[in-house]
Design a protein around this ligand. Structure first.
Ligand SMILES: Nc1ncnc2c1ncn2[C@@H]1O[C@H](COP(=O)(O)OP(=O)(O)OP(=O)(O)O)[C@@H](O)[C@H]1O
Ligand SMILES: NC(=O)CC[C@H](N)C(=O)O
Length: 628
């Protein structure tokens, strides 16, 4: 019997509009009815509109989307063209984060591009920490960044630090001075701005008198900077480029070395250095030292390409090639480090890994599989345009991935007991997936008392309602027969339904709807359902800033949810799905993922303990209406 039950249940489909599990024919009927209704509404409008309205309504409920070739972005388009420009046999790329905060969703694109490009061409990728600003860098960020890259399934061929090269870079700076291509300047910000054409950029550009200092003076001053003879920000080394004639501001005698304001000890070099190279000086040189063939970065560095090439040609032999791709931004949230920090400090969220944020730590804790993230990036493709993606599109992509890869279980958020008076207890074997037998199965005990969700029962029936109500029949997933409610009791003080009594409806017609349930004795869980943290699509543009745009209902907690014991088998067999970055032994609680039938996709939260299950909703089964 269990097989027959499983088979019939396997055929049930989710009605995305009502959240009900119904048979294929029932779903078809409903779709047709809705199509007719939509057509009628459209008919009331103009005939042109009618034609449009008919089309989407008559489409089937679900369209199977083709799986994308994960290497597509390297085979065609921008990245294929970049390779053609320099078809090296030994590709070497680098991912160069500043260790001044946690990585966010945008960085997963940079990681996928840099590591993926090298992997596709049989090369290697270096993880280089761009640690040239000790005032902002912390050890915890170095550790978290490396962990995130490994979680995404990539292995750096080497881990390097810009700071490994401080001496070498310092020596090259002296060489530059000797070549009369750098000078120590004492101008402040306002003076420098004037030299660069003033506020509007419209007055003639000029060089300050420091540019005329001789080599000896510059060397003496630069060594003085190194030896602490100058207070922070009173002297800086400038490249002698082409401030007068070159229209590119990156060539207007930009900074090569500076004395940082706070003089914080460096995480790796301590107090050894008082002067630090700028990004513009360090990045291109480190790329050359490490033999980077393709230095891939985002389009805000397009102008920097000229100074990158100018400096490398001047000072070093090996010439890497820089090319720029479009950033990935997400609308409806914020990703800037300062913004995230203020959300945490103001206790709007629990921390950097709060599942409502889009740091990669948070995305991980929320349960989004690394493979889903990479497949999302791959779907977007890579061009030179910035992609501003809506959260809904992101979630849709994650949902599609989970649909294919995680097991199914029954979860009840707000349980209410139903006593099935004529039930006999027995065990059935239930498959984890209706489509993929390789996911295996688990035992489910059919008990006399079961728990269903409070929202699946109505005290008063109505014609357009298909779940449980007095005298009404509903299917319980996996149960041999549908049940019919016969009576119910209510709590005298709260008025809430306390217990429902039912009997098997063995003679009646096949029920229109099936609902989920859990057996008596099932473990309880705290379920956290998160909705968007911000109300608008552009929180940063809201008058007064994003703090005025916080959605007060971004978290709903169901403290007494129940889950069937198959959960323990799902937990034992995690990660779901099995993926490179989550190999056994390296898995966290978030790799325990499943679909709560009719409810949502869930993952185990890191607040869970041996005695307490805490679940996060990864994404809903259908598009979020915006409500929690
Ligand atoms: N939104 C994004 N989309 C794609 N790539 C990004 C994005 N943000 C950063 N990157 C890339 O990731 C790499 C490492 O980034 P790094 O931490 O230095 O960036 P950042 O620009 O300081 O990031 P943040 O947005 O946190 O300020 C760089 O090559 C950078 O261009
Ligand atoms: N060239 C790059 O990729 C830039 C990396 C650098 N850490 C930055 O964002 O400032």
């Amino acid at each position: 019997m269990a097989d027959a039950v499983a088979e019939s249940v396997a055929k049930l489909q989710l009605d995305e509009e009502t959240g009900e599990m119904v048979s294929k024919s029932e779903l078809k009927k409903r779709m047709q009815k809705r199509a007719k209704k939509a057509a009628k509404t459209a008919a009331a409008a103009s005939s042109v509109q009618q034609e449009k309205a008919n089309k989407p309504a008559s489409k089937p409920a679900k369209v199977e989307e083709p799986t994308l070739d994960p290497d597509a972005m390297f085979k065609l388009g921008f990245l294929a063209d970049v390779y053609k420009l320099r078809p090296s046999k030994d590709v070497v790329t680098r991912f160069p984060p500043e260790p001044n905060g946690y990585l966010h969703l945008g960085h997963s694109k940079a990681i996928a591009i840099n590591f993926g490009f090298a992997r596709y061409h049989g090369g290697k990728t270096i993880l280089r920490f761009d640690d040239t600003n000790p005032d902002a860098e912390k050890e915890e960020y170095f550790i978290a960044i490396e962990e995130t890259i490994r979680w995404l399934g990539f292995t750096p061929s080497k881990i390097t630090y810009a700071s490994d090269n401080y001496q070498r870079m310092y020596d090259l700076a002296e060489k530059m001075i000797k070549m009369e291509k750098a000078y120590v300047c004492h101008c402040n910000e306002a003076e420098t701005k004037l030299q660069r054409g003033g506020e509007e950029g419209s007055s003639p550009r000029y060089r300050c008198e420091h540019a005329n200092q001789d080599v000896e003076t510059n060397l003496k001053k630069f060594r003085g900077m190194r030896d602490g003879e100058y207070a922070p920000q009173t002297a800086w080394l400038r490249m002698k480029q082409d401030i007068i004639n070159n229209p590119n501001p990156q060539m207007w005698d930009i900074a090569a070395y500076r004395i940082p304001k706070d003089q914080e000890p460096h995480f790796r070099t301590g107090t050894k250095w008082r002067v630090y190279p700028t990004y513009d000086f360090a990045h291109c040189l480190c790329d050359s030292f490490e033999g980077i063939t393709h230095s891939l970065c985002t389009t805000e560095f397009i102008m920097s390409r000229e100074s990158y090439e100018w400096l490398n040609e001047l000072l070093v032999e090996f010439q890497p090639m820089q090319r720029e791709y479009g950033r990935l931004n997400l609308s409806g949230t914020i990703m800037s480090k300062r913004g995230l920090r203020s959300l945490i400090e103001n206790k709007i969220v629990r921390g950097w890994d709060d599942p409502r944020l889009y740091t990669l730590k948070a995305i991980r804790r929320r349960g989004i599989p690394p493979g889903a993230l990479l497949s999302f990036i791959s779907e977007l493709g890579v061009t030179t345009s910035t992609s501003v993606i809506d959260i809904k599109r992101f979630e849709q992509s994650i949902r599609r991935y989970l649909e294919r890869t995680v097991p199914r279980l029954m979860v009840v958020l707000d349980p209410v007991p139903v006593v099935i008076e004529d039930a006999e207890e027995q065990d059935v074997d239930v498959p984890f997936s209706p489509k993929d037998p390789s996911m295996g199965s688990h035992k489910l005990r059919l008990t006399k008392t079961v728990y269903i969700d409070r929202s699946d029962f109505r005290e008063v029936d109505s014609k357009d309602y298909f779940r449980l109500a007095p005298g009404k029949t509903v299917g319980l997933l996996q149960m041999p027969y549908p049940i019919k409610a016969v009576s119910f009791t209510k709590d005298e003080t709260t008025g809430a339904v306390q217990e429902i009594r039912a009997v098997f409806d063995k003679e009646g017609k096949r029920p229109k709807t099936y609902i989920q349930w859990v057996p008596e004795g099932s473990p309880t869980a705290e379920v956290r359902i998160h909705a968007r943290l911000f109300k608008s699509d552009q929180p940063a543009s809201v008058p007064g800033g994003f703090m005025n745009d916080i959605n007060p209902d971004s978290e709903t907690i169901w403290p007494n949810a129940m889950i069937e014991t198959g959960f323990y088998e799902v937990k034992r067999r995690a990660p779901w799905p099995e993926a490179e970055g989550e190999k056994a032994g390296e898995v966290g609680p978030e790799s325990v993922r499943f679909q709560g039938i009719r409810v949502a996709y869930f993952a185990l939260d890191s607040d869970s303990t041996e005695d307490k299950i805490v679940l996060n909703r990864i994404v809903g089964l259908k598009e979020d209406s915006g409500k929690s």
